[in-house]
Design a protein around this ligand. Sequence first.
Ligand code: LER
Ligand code: MN
Length: 276
Amino acid sequence: MKLSVAIADSRALPSAFVVWRGIEESIQKAAGLGYDGVELALKQAEEVDPDRLAACLQRAGLEVSCISTGQVYAALGLMFTDPDTERRRRVCGVFEALIDLAESFGRIVNIGRVRGQIGDAPRDRAEGLFLDMARRLCDYAGPKNVTLVLEPVNRYEIDFVNSVAQGADLLHKVNRPNLKLMPDVFHMNIEDRTLGGELARHIEQIGYIHLADSNRRAPGQGHTDFQDIFNHLKRSGYDGWVSVEILPEPDPDRAAAEAAAFLRPMIDQYNANKPI
Ligand code: LER
Ligand code: MN
């Protein structure tokens, strides 16, 4: 298991859901705190210079864990279920460029709120548009060895795919081997019956995990039982990334440090095959 932290470019919207902004400085800071990687929250591939990014990662000894796409929805207003053909073409183009970038950086691209809202549209129509876009992008990403990960998000942020079980059902409908789930334990705390139990139940479909405590602060600052989560993941054989996506409170440096101080020893034990 490897530990990552969510970061964005310094020009990202204030609402971008990351711990640090400024890609190169964030990579250095993450390395200093013992993270193994960074999750890049991008709205389009042009935000990064691949050569500079590769050099910076190499200096720091870090990897990109995933490219996340919340800003494609929040900043560009694009979504898979948009009834407008031209806007769907745009989101498809933005995603293809992010998949191209992920071929060299992380090989995982997330689908969060950009999957879209259902709103007042007939549910079948929205789901059909999602299935069409997801299959098209999976087929584009497959030959590049890139996996897409669908993130169930709580009902107060989106009205389509809230629980991990709903995500698992939709994955079956998409029916592509390179579409997996990205559970976020903050959203699961609102939507799912259990945390560890549901993760274990859907382990075959899980490709990536977001960690935050019950109050969306650093793990250890709320009442989520991370020991139980790690025990379930360990018994299920999970060996992928866990990424810290938390509120930058009380400030970004403290939040990232608190998360690393809490999680690093647990993950080291997890990887050493000792009981947690
Ligand atoms: C994105 O990973 C996420 O968890 C969303 O809640 C951001 O708004
Ligand atoms: Mn998340």
